[in-house]
Write a protein that binds this ligand. Structure first.
Ligand code: C5P
Length: 234
């Protein structure tokens, strides 16, 4: 089994990130670099994590005009990331441009094409928040609508909440990769994640990858925490 754990390096600086990465690398499948670390440490942190041999998920959630997103995706491919994110609400033209840029840039550099993942409705938004921005659909319908649009626009993967996995699996093609945050083992303190599944439940529901932050990096022993999660999946 390939290791489906993507450990979120949600720490403020390069030194802390590299130390954490070195500690937990043998127990995880990839690292996620998000906005905080990328904005503070710059693209060099991606190169440094890649230099350790680990795979990188660059989670910057691009959302802009198609040309700008295509160019940002090309820059991410040049950093040799294995996964990256775009907002599906940027529309089909933007997603097609992102996927084409990932394909063309990887081909010209003779690199494997990274997985461009679509983000649907942010889990911080409920139906009232959607109505505020002029979207009258409920969250579930809007997630399904954006997921279909993403797949029809050529994306091969989506980020979704744990509780969306089963519904999405019912109507999406089986080869679509689902990446889910909101994973909790039950051992950690309560925090801001409200709709959670355990790692095993999420994989059983049909997730391909689990994005796990605090249950690993905030644990007393992050390496042991990651190993325990991995063991729970076997
Ligand atoms: O610490 P925790 O396990 O909650 O971290 C989850 C990671 O996944 C964080 O990097 C967070 O930004 C990200 N994420 C999320 N919920 C989403 C999308 C991304 O928690 N809907």
């Amino acid at each position: 089994m390939r290791n489906p754990i993507i450990a979120a390096l949600d720490v403020p600086d390069a030194e802390t990130a590299l130390k954490l990465a070195a500690q937990i690398a043998p127990a995880v499948g990839a690292f996620k670099i998000g906005k905080e670390l990328f904005v503070s440490a710059g693209p060099d942190i991606v190169r440094r994590v890649r230099d350790t041999g680990a795979s990188v998920f660059l989670d910057l959630k691009f959302h802009d005009i198609p040309n700008t997103v295509a160019r940002a995706v090309a820059a991410a491919v040049r950093l040799d990331v294995q996964m990256l994110t775009v907002h599906t609400s940027g529309g089909s033209e933007m997603m097609r441009a992102a996927e084409k840029s990932a394909h063309d840039t990887a081909k010209s550099l003779k690199l494997p094409r990274p997985l461009v993942l679509g983000v649907t409705v942010l889990t911080s938004m409920d139906s009232d928040a959607l109505a505020e921005i002029g979207c009258e659909a409920n969250v579930g319908h809007q997630v399904e609508r954006l997921a279909s649009l993403a797949v029809n626009s050529g994306l091969r993967g989506l980020v979704c909440s744990p509780l969306e996995i089963a519904d999405l699996r019912e109507f999406l093609p089986a080869e679509i990769q689902l990446v889910t945050p909101g994973i909790r083992t039950g051992a950690e303190k309560a925090d801001d994640q409200k709709r959670t599944l355990t790692p095993r439940e999420a994989i059983t529901a049909g997730a391909n990858w689990l994005v796990i932050g605090r249950p690993i990096y905030a644990a007393e022993n992050p390496r042991a925490a990651a190993e325990k999660i991995l063991a729970s999946l076997k």
